[in-house]
Design a protein around this ligand. Structure first.
Ligand code: FAD
Length: 466
């Protein structure tokens, strides 16, 4: 049986990046990818990553003229439900890339560094050692079924999480499968404006109150990508897009191409690691709470994992649950607390009616530059911030601009956000404390519920979903 330090399952953004990082550090890496090379990550063409985050993760920025280069632009503000009161993001250059071509670039860097890629190879199951611990992977190609041994299997297979979902129930890595409630169904319209007077750059923006509708560059100077994400199904997302079209004045356009794809829309797994195993990328659910993007946010955990796993391998130590536990703890501190505490807050605030939200955008209440500007990454609400929000909302209720029942939902979201922060700050230092902590976390998330709870019930009924 072939032996490797690491087997990576899935060769998209997370898998290709991780394979390269580990191979460059001198470790032997096998990557198995179910698709043939020319078909990897073809669901949608253009994706965006903040330049700063690319640099942080060691991702090359292609040059104009390169096959994977799309364009760059300077971020886009968040707008109120009727298209007013822009809340500017922290100024940031965003890089638009052709996804398949960029992944090929990343894969070639990994291959140059010594990683072996097998395309058309589907993960089937783990190879286990005599104690039942992960010790490699079984995979299937057109030629038959194969096995390879490894000190670590890294699940980078995205939403299906084909390896994570095969972990036993007593693993510290949860083995849940994502359901339509936990998935963001994204529809992307590549549009071209009918009038040459339209400046698409001036229109780029996002609209949180529809959960997510946005306009971003498409690479065509006269066009844009209009995107929408919704839980449950593409049909639901498209219905919400129609609401946005009714509410927000927008120049006329023709749709040239439509693309569809899925992204996780739920809290991350509590623990990414177990003996000989790590879940990474969408397989571990680390997408941004405000928009479902996951390419660079996943690499926050990836960088920590590279650091820890490289050191352990160099020191000749086993890639055990205990030795890798610090990846969980460090991830929580670096990003997990901010992302997962943002989720209940978002859930609370997007239950406001469009009129109420419009008012709150105007008054910089909750839909404020502080909360929306960082996309959930640097969210730290102090007692002073919360007091200001509560005071502002109380005044709005007195003026009849916000209903008392809406306030209850917002306050509930705020309190639950604080509860998540407090609990996640107590994330166990070692695996020993995990099960007790998990009990508390399960009870809290049960109370919070999924984002899909706040979908438009009428639309869901009309579509036969509820
Ligand atoms: C329409 C749309 C637009 C988006 N735009 C952005 C954006 O602009 N910026 C951003 O940061 N994020 C964006 N996202 C989110 C982003 O696509 C994901 O967060 C990111 O692709 C996750 O990468 P990943 O490598 O973890 O998983 P994936 O990209 O899902 O890759 C998983 C890989 O595993 C392979 N695989 C699956 N099963 C097996 C198996 N059994 N055996 C072997 N291999 C297997 C798959 O073929 C695939 O290549 C968007 C998502 C959608 C749907």
């Amino acid at each position: 049986m072939e032996k490797y330090d690491i087997i990576v399952v899935g060769a998209s953004t997370t898998g290709a990046w991780f394979a390269r990082q580990m191979a460059q550090r001198g470790h032997s890496v096998l990557v198995i990818e179910k698709n043939e090379r020319e078909n990897v990550s073809r669901e949608y063409d253009i994706f965006h990553m903040p330049k700063k985050e690319m640099e942080r993760s060691g991702l090359e920025i292609p040059k104009e003229g390169d096959v994977d280069f799309g364009f760059t632009f300077d971020g886009a503000p968040m707008l109120s439900p009727y298209g007013n009161y822009p809340k500017k993001n922290i100024p940031a250059t965003i890089v638009g890339l052709h996804k398949h071509d960029y992944i090929m670039r990343m894969s070639d860097y990994a291959i140059e560094a010594g990683a072996k890629f097998i395309y058309g190879a589907s993960f089937v199951d783990f190879v286990k050692d005599e104690w039942g611990r992960v010790a490699g992977a079984k995979y299937k190609t057109a030629e038959g079924e194969f096995e390879a041994e490894a000190k670590l299997v890294a699940d980078c297979s995205g939403i299906p999480a084909v390896a994570r979902t095969k972990m036993p129930d007593d693993s510290t890595v949860e083995n849940y499968k994502l359901t339509p409630e936990d998935i963001f169904y994204v529809v992307i319209y590549y549009v071209v404006y009918e009038s040459e007077d339209v400046d698409p750059m001036a229109l780029h923006s996002s609209f949180l109150n529809y959960k997510a509708v946005w306009s971003a560059p498409s690479g065509n100077p006269r066009g844009a990508i209009l995107g929408i994400g919704g839980n449950y199904s593409y049909a639901y997302a498209e219905e919400i897009f129609k609401q946005w079209q009714k509410n927000v004045p927008w120049p006329r356009y023709t749709v040239e191409k439509v693309e569809k794809g899925m992204t996780p829309y739920r809290r991350s797994v509590y623990s990414f690691v177990d003996n000989g195993f790590i879940a990474m990328g969408d397989a571990g659910c680390m997408t941004k709470p405000t928009c479902g993007e996951g390419c660079t946010s996943s690499l926050v955990q990836g960088e920590i994992a590279v650091d820890v796993i490289d050191s352990l391998l160099k020191e000749g130590k086993p890639l055990s649950r205990d030795n890798m536990w610090c990846i969980n703890k460090r991830y929580m501190e670096a990003q997990g607390i901010a992302f997962d505490s943002m989720r209940p807050l978002l859930k609370g605030v997007v239950q406001t009616s469009f009129d109420e939200a419009e008012y709150m955008f105007k008054k910089d209440l909750i839909f404020s530059t502080k909360i929306l500007g960082g996309g959930g990454e640097d969210l730290q609400l102090g007692a002073g911030d919360i007091a200001k929000i509560v005071g502002g909302i109380a005044a709005a209720v007195v003026k009849g601009k916000i209903k008392a029942s809406t306030v209850k939902k917002i306050i509930n979201g705020l309190l639950q956000s604080t509860e998540v922060t407090n609990l996640y700050k107590q994330y166990p230092e070692t695996a020993e404390g995990y099960w007790k902590w998990k009990e508390k976390a399960d009870a809290l998330w049960e109370k919070i519920g999924p984002m899909s709870d706040i979908c438009d019930l009428e639309v869901l009924k009309r579509l036969g979903i509820k």
